[in-house]
Design a binder for this molecule. Structure first.
Ligand SMILES: [Zn+2]
Ligand SMILES: [Zn+2]
Length: 270
């Protein structure tokens, strides 16, 4: 399988080196190319079935197989052009599909057997592997309301949870905020505004927000190897369900609290 991935990566970089376009355009070209290949596999299947009355049975199943392989290779080159570790992202996605298929539902699970530590932000303590939730990993993108601050993140989401601490309430103007963490090595700022503006809520812990539209985006402890993102900076974070609520004592009395599901399978999500 390693040969497959080195072949895909080498094909992608070979095509990149021959291209006159920038990375955005190369991504678009790869998408159009994929559509072209899908059209060719359709033509081959129609040719096998003899559905084109003018051409009759113009193709064999070998043609269909070859065209299907072209679709797969072109899709993987498109994946490589999104700037990720293609093998890791594809394998993780495949694992998720397999698990979902085995479960017969789209429900993710959080395998959190032990009570995790929670820091002052209600965010996971870096390096605490007990918090690792086995949720669907993939390439995720997000950002602020006005589009100045954008980010891309890969890797496993860690400890999705809400927090009703005084900082979360004051900053959001709402009863709670919702958080999920990712390792920094899979994270990058990608928007025209680059990094958000920062405000220290504790001497060693800061919140990131868009200086233009004010969206609350993230929280980070100094020196940590992970970043906590707000759920809704991630747009529609499919597959993520909070497994706990931090600072319950500070929560408003007029809303139900998020149940602690760390010791059991996370609830089903659409
Ligand atoms: Zn903004
Ligand atoms: Zn909080």
């Amino acid at each position: 399988m390693n040969d497959t991935w080195s072949a895909i990566n080498s094909l992608a970089s070979q095509l990149d080196s021959q291209s006159r376009h920038g990375s955005d355009q190369r991504l678009l070209v790869a998408t159009v190319k994929l559509q072209e290949e899908v059209g060719e596999v359709a033509e081959a299947v129609i040719g096998v079935l003899g559905e084109n009355l003018r051409k009759g049975r113009s193709h064999t199943m070998d043609h269909v197989r070859a065209e299907a392989c072209d679709v797969a290779v072109t899709a993987l080159i498109l994946l490589a052009r999104t700037g990720c570790n293609t093998e890791q992202v594809f394998s993780e996605h495949l694992r998720h599909l397999t698990a979902r298929s085995a479960a017969g539902t789209a429900a993710p699970t959080a395998d959190l057997a032990v009570e995790p530590q929670i820091n002052v932000l209600g965010a996971p303590v870096p390096g605490d592997d007990r918090m690792r939730a086995t949720l669907a990993p993939s390439v995720r993108t997000g950002g602020c309301l006005c589009g100045q601050i954008r980010f891309e993140v890969t890797g496993e989401p860690d400890y999705p949870h809400t927090c009703s601490c005084s900082h979360c309430k004051a900053l959001s103007g709402a009863p709670m905020m919702t958080w999920v963490s990712f390792k920094l090595d899979g994270f990058s700022w990608t928007g025209p505004g680059d990094e958000p503006s920062w405000h220290y809520t504790w001497p060693d812990s800061r919140r990131g927000f868009c200086p233009s539209c004010g969206s609350q985006l993230c929280a980070q402890d100094d020196g940590a190897d992970s970043i906590a993102l707000t759920f809704f900076a991630l747009g529609n974070p499919t597959g993520l369900v909070p497994v706990n609520q931090s600072f319950r004592d500070d929560a408003v009395s007029w809303l139900p609290q998020v149940p602690d599901t760390q010791h059991s399978t996370v609830a089903t999500v659409a």
